[in-house]
Design a protein around this ligand. Structure first.
Ligand code: NAI
Length: 702
């Protein structure tokens, strides 16, 4: 038998079943069909003594085809297939390498013996997609390593390495050298020793690993780790069942639970987010024929907070980078911050000392712009000031080599205006990193009216080595992310003037799932940052005298946030925990009195609606205006850059989840209460509600 993706070779009477489904040996329908046929072939030959299951390419079976999750359930088919291998009358050895995840790991548990190359990693990532292992993992793994160890893997979703797998006992041996040869030798040993199949199904779960205390411990862990989630608890229930039920009954129960998990909004949101992140690089009108420009070196202008962080991204990617600053003092400070960042990585065991040196050696500081002349990409990250940035770009125009990409990290300035400073506007683009730039995964790539397609392509491709998730935006105030943030933050600030406490507002947002409440975010970023942005862009906001007055009141009282221990909250030195501060609450109330803002009681529901509805509404404007390419790009911006819960898919997915009619009614409700200035429904929202369509329908039709 030799299907395209699964083949059987014979070494005497030992069968070698090889799967070859590049790039990562995903278990697609073709792989399953091939494996069914291979099992038949093995069974048909009466003298088969043993079988080896292995993969070509860079990894053993990496997991199920996530694209199938939204289709009809496949658990039954998986169960039959794995049962077929488990019940073969001769030993079956799985020989693994690479990253063995989910269904890829589960099939090996139905094999009788497992060996692996050094460096192989094993994981159950399902819970991070809102689902549970559904192909026997929750039933077979506890029979091998117990309930507690299984739950550890399933809930953490983190890979364990081969050494740990051996210690836990779900692999039998680590094989150095040629894995196929090692697997054959292992199979021959089994045959010579007269060892038959060793079926996981026939083993019992160690009862000591499945006590009430163990279950309680993992339930508590799930509560801490997974706010508002169901899959972790469903997984606990499934794994626990392994200790009580025989395998066939346990598998049936697992299937039932797996299908229940798949039907949740959480699973749909997480799987949607998974695909959304892979979709962002597809840009209408820019096909694969548009080749990116090669990037072998970079330069950054400005060695401050952002410049330093971006330099780290380049160095981590192995791309040499020149950092230019106008002041020696600033440059030295900037480079020492970079050095400290690496030092702390070494201290925490995240980086080897030698790697730190190698990376630091890739970063070269200079006061001379000419040193940036040879760079393939130059990213400007000087102070947020249009005249200054234009001056910098005029210099770059003079010194940069032809074809260099000229990027700006501006958050609020008009990039079309910046591009007027150069004679090569087609090479200008926005690369909007988020602080801290070496940590935050989002990269907004901002195209001007003139940016050349291959410059866009270069930016999107550069994101990969820099380990960023790129999302394309057009130029507008705030681009995608900060533009949507405007109404969200505005309402949070307004509510603390109406008498809600900072903790009440942040608490509601965090309970709902935001990584951090917005007022706490402002304390972390520095209150003066927002004040300065709002002051210099006052002309861009509606004429509302209460607008951003909360942060101004906080700022004018000398409270800068975490950095001086007081902002919306109070902080103890060296500790980021927030404490309620009556002083802050008092000064907010005084400001409200001065502005004539009537106090109001806020339910948690109102806090959520008032923060989230403007956010979703603005997203719909951005979609309609074509600022974002697609709805799911908007979702990626907010899940990757703003702490929006992935299990809610993102703002646009969430708008569809609650229903656009509800969103529109909510916008109208608050328009009636607070007036039309901030509460005008987006035209697209009204249109879709009129037509009875969803954002997904709208996107699908485009
Ligand atoms: P920063 O104040 O920390 O650093 C700016 C650096 O630019 C300083 O080291 C300064 O000496 C240097 N500089 C000033 N004029 C220069 C010139 N003519 N040539 C070379 N270097 C010069 O500022 P930060 O926070 O790093 O911001 C930089 C840019 O990134 C701004 O446009 C800002 O809006 C944007 N941004 C900032 C974010 C943040 O959270 N801090 C987030 C995203 C974007």
């Amino acid at each position: 038998m030799n299907s395209k993706v699964v083949s059987v070779a014979w070494e005497g009477n030992i069968a070698v079943v090889t799967i070859d489904n590049p790039p990562v040996n995903t278990i697609t329908a073709a792989v399953r069909d091939g494996l069914f046929a291979a099992a038949e072939e093995l069974r048909a030959r009466k003298d088969t003594a043993a079988a080896v299951m292995r993969c070509e390419g860079k990894t053993f079976l990496s997991g199920a085809d996530i694209g199938e999750f939204s289709g009809p359930p496949k658990e039954e088919e998986y169960r039959r297939l794995f049962g077929l291998y488990e019940n073969l009358p001769f030993p079956v050895v799985a020989a693994m390498h690479g990253t063995v995840m989910g269904g890829g790991l589960e099939i090996t548990l139905a094999c009788h013996y497992r060996i692996a190359a050094p460096g192989t990693r094993f994981a159950f990532p399902e819970v991070s997609l809102g689902i549970i292992p559904g192909a026997g993992g929750t039933q077979r793994m506890p029979r091998l390593i117990g309930v507690a160890n299984t739950l550890d893997m399933v809930l953490s979703t983190r890979p364990v390495d081969a050494a740990k797998a051996l210690e836990l006992g779900f692999i039998d041996r680590i094989v150095e050298g040629d894995l196929r040869a090692g697997a054959l030798a292992f199979a021959r040993e089994l045959v010579a020793a007269g060892k038959g199949p060793r079926r996981t199904a026939e083993r019992k779960v160690d009862p000591a690993s499945a006590t009430d205390e163990v279950i309680a411990r993992f339930t508590e862990q799930a509560q801490k780790q997974y706010r508002n989630r169901q899959a972790p608890y469903t997984a606990i229930e499934a794994v626990r069942a392994a200790a009580k039920l025989p395998l066939d009954k346990g598998l049936e129960y697992e299937t039932e639970l797996a299908n229940r998990a798949k039907a949740t909004v959480e699973a749909k949101g997480l799987i949607y987010a998974f695909f959304a992140e892979r979709e962002t690089k597809k840009i209408p009108g820019i096909g694969p024929q548009v080749r990116p420009r090669p990037v072998k070196s970079g330069a950054i202008i400005g060695s401050g907070t952002m410049g330093g962080g971006i330099a780290i991204c380049f160095a981590n990617a192995g791309i040499p980078v020149t950092v230019v600053d106008s002041s020696r003092e600033a440059l030295e400070r900037g480079l020492s911050v970079v050095d400290k960042t690496y030092q702390s990585m070494v201290k925490r065991g995240r980086l080897a000392a030698g790697d730190k040196d190698r990376r630091m050696a890739l970063i070269r500081g200079t006061l001379d712009y000419e040193d940036a002349a040879g760079a393939d990409v130059i990213i400007e990250a000087v102070f947020e000031n249009l005249d200054l940035k234009k001056k910098v770009f005029a210099t770059l125009d003079r010194i940069a080599k032809p074809g260099a990409v000229l990027a700006t990290n501006t958050s609020t300035l008009d990039i079309d205006a910046i591009a007027t400073a150069v004679k090569r506007p087609r090479d200008v683009i926005g690369l909007h990193f988020f602080a801290p730039a070496n940590v935050m995964p989002l990269l907004e790539v901002v195209r001007t009216a003139d940016t050349a397609p291959d410059v866009i392509q270069t930016a999107m491709e550069l994101a990969r080595p820099l380990k960023k998730t790129p999302v394309l935006s057009r130029v507008c105030y705030g681009f995608i992310g900060n533009r949507m943030m405007e109404g969200y933050a505005r309402e949070a600030e307004r509510m603390v003037l109406e008498g809600a406490t900072p903790r009440q507002v942040d608490g509601a947002l965090e309970n709902w799932g935001m990584a951090m409440g917005i007022l706490a975010v402002f304390d972390m970023a520095g209150i003066e940052v927002g004040v300065s942005v709002h002051k210099s862009n006052a002309d861009k906001y509606p004429p509302d005298p209460t607008y951003y007055q909360a942060e101004l009141a906080i700022y004018e009282a000398g409270r800068l946030g975490q950095k001086n221990g007081k902002g919306y909250y109070r902080y103890e030195p060296g500790d980021r925990s927030r404490h309620d501060d009556p002083e802050a609450i008092e000064l907010l109330q005084a400001r409200a009195l001065k502005l004539g803002i009537a106090p109001r009681q806020h339910t948690e529901q109102e806090i959520l609606e008032r923060c989230l509805y403007p956010l979703l509404n603005e997203g719909m404007r951005i979609l309609e205006e074509g600022v974002a390419v697609r709805a799911s790009d908007i979702d990626v911006v907010w899940t990757a850059g703003y702490g929006f819960p992935r299990y809610r898919g993102g703002p646009m997915f969430y708008a569809d989840t609650i229903g656009l009619k509800k969103l529109l009614d909510g916008m109208k409700k608050y328009r009636d209460l607070f007036g039309p200035m901030h509460w005008q429904p987006a035209p697209l929202l009204e249109q879709l509600v009129r037509e009875g369509r969803t954002i997904a329908d709208y996107q699908g039709a485009k």
